[in-house]
Design a protein around this ligand. Sequence first.
Ligand SMILES: NC(=O)c1ccc[n+]([C@@H]2O[C@H](COP(=O)([O-])OP(=O)(O)OC[C@H]3O[C@@H](n4cnc5c(N)ncnc54)[C@H](OP(=O)(O)O)[C@@H]3O)[C@@H](O)[C@H]2O)c1
Length: 253
Amino acid sequence: MSATTSSKPVLAGKAAFITGGSRGIGAAIVRRLAADGAAVAFSYTSSEAAAKELAGSVEAAGGRAIALRVDSADAVALRTAIDQAARTFGRLDILVNNAGVFKVGTVEEMSLEDFDRTLNVNVRAVFVGTQAAVRHMADGGRVITIGSTNAERVPSPGFGAYAMSKSALTGLTRGLARDLGPRGITVNNVQPGPVDTDMNPADGPNAASMHALMALPRHGSGADIAAMVAYLAGPEAGFVTGASLSIDGGFSA
Ligand SMILES: NC(=O)c1ccc[n+]([C@@H]2O[C@H](COP(=O)([O-])OP(=O)(O)OC[C@H]3O[C@@H](n4cnc5c(N)ncnc54)[C@H](OP(=O)(O)O)[C@@H]3O)[C@@H](O)[C@H]2O)c1
């Protein structure tokens, strides 16, 4: 059921680009923004069948969706995809920087290749995607990034590079909010705790130890995170900017 003001879905007439939308949290965001009336473009790297199925299901429900194969680490390809989406829809109102990689390894173990990949996908692509998207945005635009509760709390070894990448997003979000405030564009960072996806399955080997750290000892769902994104994308969140908002079952409490 889509959120509505009067009879129109709240995001009717808007267009959104979501990075990493074929699976997990990104797919839930694609579904939710489409249900709220937005035309959606989303990227993926390898899950072509899942991406096509998702775009098809949005279209079958009467929405508009395009799926684009693009690695967020490739700045030229990411810019081109965002430009293509804006051209196709005739506008761009919402960017969700969701694509992320989770490379685990202690300082003794982690390769420079994994460290660089973490920075390129989780941080540099957020800057590149935002730079490309805001060229198309009008007053009222929205930039929303999916960070992590690991920006606030790193309770086990091997998470250093990932936590660094998600901490970087808190500062980038503040700075981008200052840059784009004069244009009426808000920039916010959503910090999930454990969410049941391929990256972090609720029945995975580390689930119980994560639950032991939480006020609400369970994984969240992609839909939980998509609901916060939908709020930030919508008209009621126009005064929220520069914020990093935890949605983590109390993981960082
Ligand atoms: N799950 C959690 O517990 C959790 C907690 C906190 C934060 N997060 C963050 O939430 C975001 C989504 O996580 P998730 O759990 O949904 O992950 P996931 O299940 O691994 O799904 C990742 C999605 O991103 C896409 N993707 C991965 N690398 C990409 C790249 N380089 N360029 C473009 N797309 C790429 C994947 O595409 P393909 O299908 O083609 O591979 C897939 O659609 C990430 O930023 C993650 O750090 C997750």
